[in-house]
Design a protein around this ligand. Structure first.
Ligand code: ING
Length: 304
């Protein structure tokens, strides 16, 4: 059994500091802890505004949105407060890695921190949506492919919080392969932060379906792999751009077990029985018995 909090955030504005964001994260952590949470899940890029909505070629400006250490001077107090409360957390942030050879790599990253404050896992976003170059014709940019490289490590799971825990980030949740790779590793709880503008410029017909698609993909991912899924938004109107909230916790049945009802800072809490996963993993989705991989080859072929 584990009590989990989906700690949704409202907007973080361009002029807000890391400290402003950490103040809110600590408040969400304390709210979750007061309601029995052992694990609190924060959104994607939870320390800054969603900066890929602006395009810049100025590297210093780009890197100003990134963290070079985690915990760092601004975030240490979040780790300290969490360890004091005995609550673990999952945090999304922009990660700048400078290798010995001097090369610099930018990732859209999530970390998993156990109740003692130790970092047990790190995930770097694999499916990078949006565009690589400035597209001034758009009402706002979604230039994630300019700011981030895909994570080289792919999808993994970690033994933590008494179960098997995996992570994914935003656009990853739309791809069934994300869940199945972790499902094949026995995942019982998938933690996903997201920033999802309600306007999708390549096909605005999809705008009205943002909430439906959000539920569809996480409910399906949960059911088809017999796992819980926690989806946590940074939502509301950020820099004048409306972003989807509707954070929710999904059971292996595909049902919603808890959800946020506002577009601001709000924690949705649920007590999860991870053994419930077996009702699906050992029956309808008994992979060893029912999967037919020889007919699935095409879905793992490299792009030609
Ligand atoms: N955001 C969006 C997401 O996948 C998007 C991008 C929106 C893609 C709508 C397709 C449709 O939720 C991030 N950050 O991936």
């Amino acid at each position: 059994m584990i009590t989990v909090g989906a700690a949704q955030m409202g907007p973080i504005e361009k002029e807000d500091t890391r400290s402003d964001a950490v103040d809110r994260l600590v408040a969400l952590l304390e709210d979750g802890a007061s309601r029995g949470c052992e694990l609190v899940v924060f959104p994607e890029l939870a320390l800054t505004t969603f900066f890929p909505r602006w395009f810049t070629d100025d590297v210093a400006e780009m890197e100003s949105w990134f963290e070079t250490e985690m915990p760092g001077p601004e975030t240490a107090r979040l780790f300290e407060r969490a360890a004091e409360l005995g609550v673990g957390f999952c945090l999304g942030y922009a990660e700048l890695v400078v290798l010995e050879d001097g090369t610099r790599h930018r990732y859209n990253t999530q970390i998993l921190v156990e109740r003692d404050g130790s970092v047990v896992g790190k995930y770097r976003k694999v499916h990078i949506p949006g565009h690589e170059h400035d597209e001034p014709g758009r009402p706002f940019q979604h230039a994630e492919r300019h700011y981030f490289e895909p994570g080289p490590e792919g999808f993994d799971v970690w033994d933590a919080f008494g179960g098997v825990v995996g992570m994914a980030i935003c656009n990853d949740r739309r791809w069934p392969e994300t869940y199945r790779v972790m499902g094949l590793k026995g995942v019982e709880l998938v933690l996903i932060g997201y920033n999802t503008p309600l306007h999708y410029d390549p096909d605005p017909q999809q705008n009205a379906l943002a909430g439906f698609h959000n539920n569809l993909v996480m409910s399906s991912g949960a059911y088809q792999n017999g796992t819980y899924v926690v989806g946590v938004a940074k939502g509301g109107i950020e820099a004048g751009i409306e972003s989807l909230a509707q954070s929710a916790i999904f059971a292996p049945s595909g049902q919603v077990v808890a959800q946020c009802i506002t577009t601001g800072d709000e924690v949705a809490v649920a007590r999860l029985d991870l053994d419930f996963c077996s009702f699906y993993k050992e029956t309808v989705f008994d992979f060893d018995r029912y999967r037919v991989p020889k007919h699935y080859r095409s879905i793992s072929q490299e792009k030609d």
